[in-house]
Design a protein around this ligand. Structure first.
Ligand code: HEM
Length: 396
């Protein structure tokens, strides 16, 4: 998509795209500045009409609404329930656990020599971290991984069985993602909630069920279900793809990989470049709440406005030589997690720490790592994903 984004930024940065169906067109925002402006203005550009490109009717919105699709006071109240658990300081407490998990994951994978990096390293790593934050036994992580994979509503043909099954069946109309797996996730979440209600646990579920939101309105069963589901899906595929893209970029730029290995102190800034480069989430969507103007175009109330984060991350007005991967780039002002708005990724500090530790542990262990076959990508307009990344490793 990079060429198309490039052309749009240059020629028509606030572009009306009439497709895919009549009356379901959208505004495509491709410049960094416009993306940030809209992300910062939830009163004019609401998330409450849903945040993906897909057309969703009112009844579906009501069923599927989580904090991501809530604005205003209620959004603040929902977010506050877990905000403290995701601050950089709180996340730092997981440092030792993360390093241990990373070391185990890498030691299992690297001795295989040639293997699929996605399958062996990136795929299960984020959900294992979440399992720890939910304080569930290791034996349950396989289930969480499986649900996470089955729920992601992308358009990749490899997931077609799940999508077809769920889209065609009325029985799943009442479910977010219309996926049978979400029923299993709900049942699992509710069981955890029951066990932890009234207890003094510090895990995410205990925090959710034992606090009253700051607006005084308790979590309904549906609120809890969708909150729990959001936690299971939000950090799973995104962080996985961020790690895989970074591995690919480092293999394509061996001199940069060597540079980093020689000076691991570069890592905190390099992670920001990894995130800019990877852009695992292509877009989120807003809906205009009133008539307004953007880049000289008239936006009407009800119009869909799509923030193409991936394009903002290649904006030449912000990044010098944006198509160059450069681990020494400073102050990388990316929009990978959104920017400046109320929905700014809650898990950003966690994702950053996971990536940092992953590559701090990986680089010293290897003398060389090379692509060992074709890279296959996820087909989706939402996640920029890598499905398979065959590599050959020479140990250090
Ligand atoms: C929101 C990206 C990892 C939890 C978001 C948003 C983006 C995003 C673009 C919306 C921002 C906006 O509209 O302004 C990513 C990427 C990740 C990642 C690229 C990995 C590299 C995580 C992790 C978690 C997480 C690890 C935690 C489990 C959330 C939640 C929201 C969110 C709960 C909704 C926040 C709200 O509505 O207030 N993320 N995310 N994310 N993310 Fe992440």
């Amino acid at each position: 998509p990079w060429r198309m984004f490039h052309t749009l930024r240059a020629d028509d940065p606030v572009h009306w795209q009439p497709e895919p169906e009549p009356n379901s067109g959208f505004w495509a925002l491709t410049r960094h500045a416009d993306i940030v402006a809209v992300d910062r203005d939830p009163e004019t550009f609401t998330s409450s009409r849903f945040t993906n490109l897909e057309e969703v009717d009112d009844s579906q919105i009501a069923i599927r609404r989580s904090m991501l699709e809530t604005d205003g006071m209620r959004h603040v109240a929902l977010r506050r329930l877990l905000q403290k658990q995701f601050t950089p300081r709180a996340i730092a407490d997981y440092g030792t656990f993360l390093r241990g998990l990373t070391a185990r994951t890498l030691d299992n994978a690297l001795h295989k020599g040639t293997f699929d990096f996605v399958h062996e390293v990136s795929a299960d790593f984020p959900i294992n971290v979440l399992a720890r934050m939910l304080d569930v036994p290791d034996s349950d992580t396989e289930k969480l991984i499986d649900w996470g994979n089955r729920i992601i509503g992308n358009t990749d043909p490899d997931y077609a069985d799940v999508l077809l099954e769920s889209a065609e069946s009325e029985q799943y109309r009442d479910l977010p993602f219309r996926s049978p797996a979400s029923l299993e996730v709900f049942a699992y979440g509710r069981e955890l909630a029951e066990k932890r209600r009234g207890g003094d646990g510090t895990d995410l579920v205990s925090r959710l069920v034992n606090q009253t939101p700051s607006d005084g309105v308790p979590l309904s069963q549906r609120d809890f279900d969708n909150y729990f589901l959001l936690l299971v899906v939000a950090g799973n595929e995104t962080t996985r793809h961020a790690i895989s893209h970074t591995m690919l970029a480092l293999m394509q730029h061996p001199e940069q990989m060597a540079r980093l290995r020689d000076d691991l102190a570069l890592m905190p800034d390099a992670v920001e470049e990894f995130l800019r480069w990877a852009s695992p989430v292509y877009h989120f969507r807003r809906t205009a709440t009133r008539d307004t103007e953007l880049g000289g175009k008239r936006i009407r109330e009800g119009d869909k406005v799509v923030l193409w984060f991936a394009s903002g991350n290649r904006d030449e007005a912000v990044f010098e030589d944006p198509y160059r991967f450069d681990v020494t780039r400073k102050q990388v002002d990316h929009v990978t997690f959104g920017k400046g708005g109320p929905h700014f990724c809650l898990g950003n500090a966690l994702a950053r720490l996971e990536m940092r530790i992953m590559f701090e542990e990986l680089l010293p262990r290897i003398a060389d790592i090379k692509l060992a076959g074709p890279v296959s990508r996820v087909r989706s307009n939402f996640v920029n994903g890598i499905k398979e990344l065959p590599v050959t490793v020479t140990l250090a």
